[in-house]
Design a protein around this ligand. Structure first.
Ligand SMILES: C[S@@+](CC[C@H](N)C(=O)[O-])C[C@H]1O[C@@H](n2cnc3c(N)ncnc32)[C@H](O)[C@@H]1O
Ligand SMILES: Nc1nc2[nH]cc(C(=O)O)c2c(=O)[nH]1
Ligand code: SF4
Ligand SMILES: [Mg+2]
Length: 216
């Protein structure tokens, strides 16, 4: 059984694939936060910008098997004659639920598969684009992939700790603090990330373009 908070068709807003048409599948649940505000200050990840509790979002629900979820996601892709269908599994933490059966079912229906993960859990084989986004002191179970996208700044996770890992792309994403107690940290995060990328050209700036442009 797969628990999906929401699923929708949009443009990837972050990272090296920003701007690409994508079906997003947001799984319910995370291993670093319950998703409840009362637990945020004691969570292992405290800056999350996402709601992932339950299955009540747009196109969300409980799916009994991989073919059922694959069919549900395929129906959200608008045009099977042009371009390669692209699905982004996110959450919550998608590696709590994504398995070989679902990867095979999506590949069978022609999808290229991307994953956004906190990197603390092992990944199944067959993911085409793996984006790891480290969270504080939580140790990484995944140290290779296409993209290392670090939310910046984080007290316990400096870019230097990840710069030698085997990723193709390295991105710094300014922390969105607009919903946190210190909302004014936002502007500072953008200027600090910009400065870091200028001084360390291995790293690229990742702005969250869906928030700037106002889409999901
Ligand atoms: C909501 S997470 C879900 C996937 C996975 N649990 C993870 O943390 O990578 C999706 C992406 O949003 C990023 N993110 C979460 N909160 C953020 C914030 N306040 N500002 C900027 N990026 C954030 C995460 O680092 C991750 O790259
Ligand atoms: N457009 C858009 N791009 C995204 N990239 C990563 C997202 C996420 O929440 O994982 C996200 C999202 O929620 N929306
Ligand atoms: S690990 Fe990802 S989904 Fe979990 S709380 Fe942190 S940002 Fe949110
Ligand atoms: Mg998001």
């Amino acid at each position: 059984m797969y628990h999906v908070k929401e699923a929708f068709y949009t443009l990837q807003g972050e990272g090296a694939q920003a701007g690409r048409a994508s079906v997003f599948c947001r799984f319910s649940g995370c291993n670093l936060w319950s998703g409840r505000e009362k637990d945020r200050s004691s969570a292992q990840c405290q800056f999350c910008d996402t709601g992932f509790v339950g299955t009540d979002g747009l196109n969300g629900g409980r799916f009994h098997d991989a073919p059922a979820l694959a069919q549900h996601l395929h129906a959200l892709w608008p045009d099977s004659t042009h371009g390669t269908p692209y699905v982004v599994f996110t959450g919550g933490e998608p590696l709590l639920q994504l398995d070989n059966a679902l990867i095979n079912a999506l590949h069978d229906s022609g999808f290229e598969i991307a994953v956004e993960t906190n990197g603390t859990l092992p990944a199944p084989e067959g993911i085409d684009w793996l984006c790891v986004s480290p969270k504080g002191l939580n140790s990484l179970a995944i140290t290779t992939g296409q993209e290392l996208k670090l939310v910046y700044p984080q007290d316990d996770a400096a870019p230097e700790a990840f710069a030698d890992l085997a990723f193709t792309h390295f991105l710094l994403q300014p922390m969105d603090t607009s919903f946190l107690p210190d909302a004014s940290a936002q502007e500072k995060a953008v200027s600090q990330a910009t400065k870091y990328c200028l001084n360390h050209p291995q790293w690229r700036l990742s702005m969250q373009i869906h928030k700037i442009a106002g889409f999901a």
